[in-house]
Design a protein around this ligand. Structure first.
Ligand code: IMP
Ligand code: MG
Length: 331
């Protein structure tokens, strides 16, 4: 803080939702800006209740936090309204006038376009919606009657917040390795997912960011097609306790062990100053619910130290369970 970017390190589903919800509560975040689109689900657990959010920023758990969706984002109106209702954030959420709109026709194009066959998209229509935006024929938030009560000038609001010393969190979606520019093209999503792109979508210049917090999971997962170095079989993943299904689409997640070299590379390109490591309890079951670094088993400590040594980035937050508060905070 005051202005921190949260970026996913690998192919998404690193547990950004959990890290963001923890920070929103713990650091009294004043403003949380979501980027990206409806394809990304951020899972937030609080006192046994689970939310898989596609549109509302994961910082919503903090009742005082202003929630914003940036101009670079792509808004699914139905999902937005549904989640606003679910999370009861009507009076504190805003959508930038210029955010683009993803429509039902885009989802149909996503599922039927020959050029997208084999990519394994989420099917929400994000690629086709962004194609339309580039063509300059997309609808924007300002064109949608249901969004009128929520319209905001997000970049101005966020920059004035930073000027006033407020705690601002820029919430990245998906993972860096799904970036249109830096990921495993063509098996990528329709936008850049890097820390720099998150700032751009929110309307915050590079000199105004204080920290880039990169989120690693203790093992790697990927949904959809494309390369996954070190991939293990589903049977092996189940045996190791790594098998997951996607929060958004319910599809099986493929998995692989943590990749230190890749971790080093992505930390560099995103300019990470801090790191979080989630799901340490999946790798070392004895870590479950531990909230102090010294209480971790030796091999878990060594794993964290190895990440710090390879990446050169301090691991400040460690996830040890699903609840927003199952965290070791070393800051
Ligand atoms: P699209 O973003 O729906 O076009 O899908 C492109 C690729 O990115 C597919 O492999 C998807 O599974 C993957 N993808 C998109 N969004 C997410 C996400 O939030 N988490 C994980 N993978 C994602
Ligand atoms: Mg997800």
């Amino acid at each position: 803080m005051p202005c921190t970017v949260i970026v996913g390190a690998f192919w998404g589903d690193e547990g950004k939702g959990k890290i963001i919800s923890y920070l929103a509560l713990k650091d009294k975040v004043d403003c949380c800006v979501r980027t990206g689109s409806v394809n990304a689900a951020h899972t937030v657990w609080m006192k046994g209740k689970r939310y898989a959010l596609h549109m509302v920023p994961a910082g919503f758990l903090n009742q005082k936090c202003r929630l914003l969706i940036g101009a670079g984002a792509n808004v699914h109106v139905g999902k937005f309204l549904e989640e606003v209702e679910l999370t009861k954030v009507h009076n504190r959420i805003g959508v930038d006038y210029q955010a683009s709109i993803i429509e039902e026709k885009h989802a149909i194009q996503d599922k039927t376009s020959a050029h997208l066959k084999g990519i394994g998209t989420t099917g929400w229509g994000v690629g086709p919606a962004l194609e339309e935006r580039v063509r300059r024929t997309a609808k924007l938030a300002r064109d949608i009657p249901e969004l009128q009560p929520y319209l905001a000038d997000v970049s101005t609001e966020v920059n004035e917040g930073i000027d006033a010393g407020k705690n601002v969190l820029l919430e990245g979606t998906q993972g860096f390795m799904l970036s249109l520019f830096y990921g495993t093209y063509p098996y990528v999503t329709g936008r850049d997912t890097s820390a720099a792109a998150i700032c751009s979508e929110a309307g915050v210049g590079p000199t105004r960011v204080d920290d880039v917090l990169i989120v690693y999971k203790s093992f790697i997962t990927r949904v959809g097609a494309g390369p996954l170095p070190g991939e293990i079989s589903k049977e092996e993943a189940i045996k190791r306790g790594w098998f997951e299904t996607a929060a958004g689409t319910g599809r099986d997640r493929r998995s692989a062990p943590f990749d230190f070299e890749l971790a080093r590379k992505v930390a560099k390109i995103n300019g990470a100053t801090q790191a979080a490591v989630t799901k340490l309890d999946s790798l070392f079951p004895k870590c479950q619910g531990v909230r102090e670094f010294n209480a971790l088993p030796l091999e878990a400590k060594q794993f964290i130290k190895e990440i710090e040594k390879t990446t050169g980035v301090p691991v400040v937050l460690i996830g040890t369970g699903p609840d927003a508060l199952d965290i070791i905070d070393r800051r």
